[in-house]
Write a protein that binds this ligand. Structure first.
Ligand code: MN
Length: 206
């Protein structure tokens, strides 16, 4: 019997992120796109007779497993994305260690925001932009294509993420049509800095 993963509910209501992300977008994105990744990932695990429930193990060898790479990445990345957002958030300046890491790594919060926004706008086609922690505890920003993530052998970036934005068109097309930069700008109003900071502290205190 292969492993079976279930889709979790969103950690907030469908209308909770409006007007930054609409109820309609969240319903389609979670209930259709994410659910499809979940179902197809389970099918791919079954077909490959993979029993592991450990994502690092599952993603360690995906170079010759496109279904696991694409569907599994889609399943894991979206869960991480939902938890990266919240309707009511602290500002990073209220989280001293997180704020210090941003300033130490980028010079200022505004410089971080600029770099993150530019990288996200520059993803060609479909992909994700990640804020991550390198082995020295420094914050870095990188993009991954399609549904790739840091745990995969096919991904050059191995830094552990603490924040992600989905820049596939399905994430913003209903609300912003082709205006991806507007979507990125609005994303900054709904970043769950409490969660991002919690992930950061967990990594640096390991
Ligand atoms: Mn998506």
């Amino acid at each position: 019997m292969a492993t079976k993963f279930n889709l979790k509910d969103l950690p907030y209501s469908y209308d909770a992120l409006a007007p930054h992300i609409s109820e309609e977008t969240l319903k389609v994105h979670h209930d259709k796109h994410h659910q499809t990744y979940c179902d197809k990932f389970n099918g791919a695990l079954e077909a490959a007779q993979i029993e592991s429930e450990d994502f690092r193990e599952i993603f360690a060898n995906v170079a010759d497993k496109p279904a696991i790479r694409n569907m599994g990445g889609g399943f894991w990345n979206h869960q991480f994305y939902w938890e990266s957002m919240a309707p009511k958030c602290s500002g990073p300046s209220e989280l001293p260690e997180m704020h210090k890491a941003i300033v130490d790594s980028f010079g200022s919060f505004d410089k971080f925001k600029d770099e993150f926004s530019q990288k996200a706008a520059a993803v060609f086609g479909s992909g994700w932009t990640w804020l991550a922690v390198d082995s020295n505890g420094k914050l870095v920003i990188y993009n991954t294509a399609n549904q790739d993530n840091f745990m995969m052998d096919v991904c050059v970036n191995k830094e552990e993420p603490i924040l992600v934005i989905d820049v596939w068109e399905h994430a913003y097309y209903i609300d912003y049509q082709n205006k991806r930069p507007a979507h990125i700008d609005e994303f900054f109003s709904i970043i769950n800095w409490d969660k991002v900071s919690e992930r950061f502290l967990k990594i640096i205190n390991q």
